[in-house]
Design a protein around this ligand. Structure first.
Ligand code: URA
Length: 185
């Protein structure tokens, strides 16, 4: 079995889909290799593609703020990754074939990090990890059994930036749900 660092090294050279031809670099993850809490987003945007770290743009700033305010945690205390590890050109939605090609990386990551709580950000991560076609509006508001832990679906921070106070309040409530799960048995 590979370590997370070995897995990441392998992924950095990935050519499993056409995004390999347009990316600046693979954006694999950030955070402790044994994090109890793992956020899973959609795909890197422009800033992430340039810096090589997930959620460093406007969405990421909102995520950091809400996680600090509601959970008391900063980036040293949790891990972040995405369903798709390379930026789709123009920030378009990832294609089903790209999600499928990238899926083994995420599955191996989940296996190695073995987080107690996974928080999915937006439809793509929730649908992939819960194996459903339901949207996050329907899915959120509760936690789901997942691996050896639980999964809490919430809205994508980019949606919260556009959606206003009601969406932000829902994300806050979901983060409190995740915090209670982390504190529990
Ligand atoms: N949006 C995502 O889903 N992931 C990132 O890393 C940045 C923006």
């Amino acid at each position: 079995m590979l370590t997370l660092a070995e897995l990441r090294d392998e992924a950095l050279g990935c050519t499993r889909c056409a995004l390999a031809g347009t990316r600046t670099q693979v954006v694999f993850d950030v955070g402790p290799p044994d994090a109890d809490l793992l956020f899973v987003g959609e795909a890197p945007g422009q800033e992430e593609d340039l810096q090589g770290e997930p959620f460093v743009g406007r969405s990421g700033k909102l995520l950091d703020k809400l996680v600090l305010q509601e959970m008391g945690l900063d980036r040293s205390a949790f891990a972040i990754t995405n369903v798709v590890k390379c930026r789709p050109p123009g920030n378009r939605d990832p294609l089903p074939a790209e999600i499928e090609a990238c899926r083994p990386w995420l599955e191996a990551q989940l296996e190695l990090v073995a987080p107690r709580v996974v928080v999915t950000l937006g439809n793509f991560a929730a649908q992939l990890l819960l194996g459903t076609t339901l949207g996050v509006t329907k899915l959120r508001g509760q936690a789901y059994p997942f691996g050896r832990g639980r999964l809490v679906p919430t809205f994508h921070p980019a949606y919260a930036l556009r959606g206003g106070a009601e969406i932000v309040a829902a994300v806050r409530a979901d983060l409190v749900r995740a915090k209670l799960l982390l504190a529990g048995p």
